[in-house]
Design a protein around this ligand. Structure first.
Ligand code: ATP
Ligand code: MG
Length: 221
């Protein structure tokens, strides 16, 4: 069993999230991909955070009718800030013991992982898969590899080094940090929220079902 854990605020979920999820699902032949919205983001609090129930509902509306995609409310149900380490331990002990776990993050999120709670332990329990995001320059693959390499060297104390594949960093004897370089998708939840506030359309940024839901509920105005 190979499972991907894809955490985030999903405020709201958008086409960039869905494309990243699909790419990782295919590339790593995952059996499951769990979308895990956080209750309260531990690092930065957005100016407007839609209620957890609304963010969950939009994820349900957005996910393809494919049983490999699963929505998990584990972080929503847990009180206090959502720490990934707690979620990973929960999946390992309660949900899918014995599964090989991949943690999906955009480049921006991964470049902060040294600030996450128990990041060392976390990196032992999961294999990060880092997906390109805009801002990587004209040649995302090479730029991303350079940025990631610099980050791993400076922040993860040289524990990790390149493995043979060149897009994967391996800890001596341990697991891998995978880079999945893809054409970056220039969509963010912040941009969705900004556009709504500015009275602009968001049909190109979110699935139609989510667009209709946001409009009907008057979210993010
Ligand atoms: P915000 O602008 O509010 O921060 P966001 O678009 O970054 O929203 P998050 O919920 O913060 O969305 O992100 C959840 C995860 O999805 C993070 O790991 C983030 O890097 C990743 N992600 C978000 N958008 C994209 C995208 N367009 N391409 C690849 N990864 C993405
Ligand atoms: Mg973000």
């Amino acid at each position: 069993m190979r499972a991907g854990l894809f955490g985030g605020t999903f405020n709201p979920i958008h086409r960039g999230h869905l494309m990243a999820a699909e790419r990782v699902l295919d590339h790593f032949s995952l059996d499951r991909l769990y979308i895990i919205p956080c209750r309260v983001p531990p690092h930065k609090f957005p100016a407007y955070l839609a209620p957890a129930g609304e963010r969950m509902r939009m994820i349900q509306l957005a996910l393809p009718a494919d049983p490999r995609y699963q929505l998990s409310d584990v972080e929503i149900q847990r009180s206090g800030p959502s720490y990934t380490i707690d979620t990973v331990v929960h999946f390992r002990t309660r949900i899918i013991p014995g599964a090989e776990l991949f943690l999906i993050t955009g480049m921006d999120a991964f470049l902060e992982i040294h600030t996450w709670k128990n990041q060392r332990r976390l990196l032992e329990l999961i294999q990060p898969v880092v997906v390109s995001r805009p801002g990587s320059g004209p040649t995302p693959a090479r730029d991303d590899a350079g940025r990631l390499d610099g980050y791993i060297r400076s922040r993860l104390s040289g524990v990790y080094h390149y493995c043979e594949l060149g897009t994967c960093w391996r800890e001596a004897g341990g697991s891998c940090i995978h880079l999945l370089p893809t054409a970056p998708v220039d969509i963010s939840s912040s941009r969705v929220r900004q556009r709504i506030r500015a009275g602009k359309t968001i049909g190109d940024l979110v699935p139609d079902t989510v667009n209709a839901y946001i409009e009907r509920k008057g979210l993010y105005r």
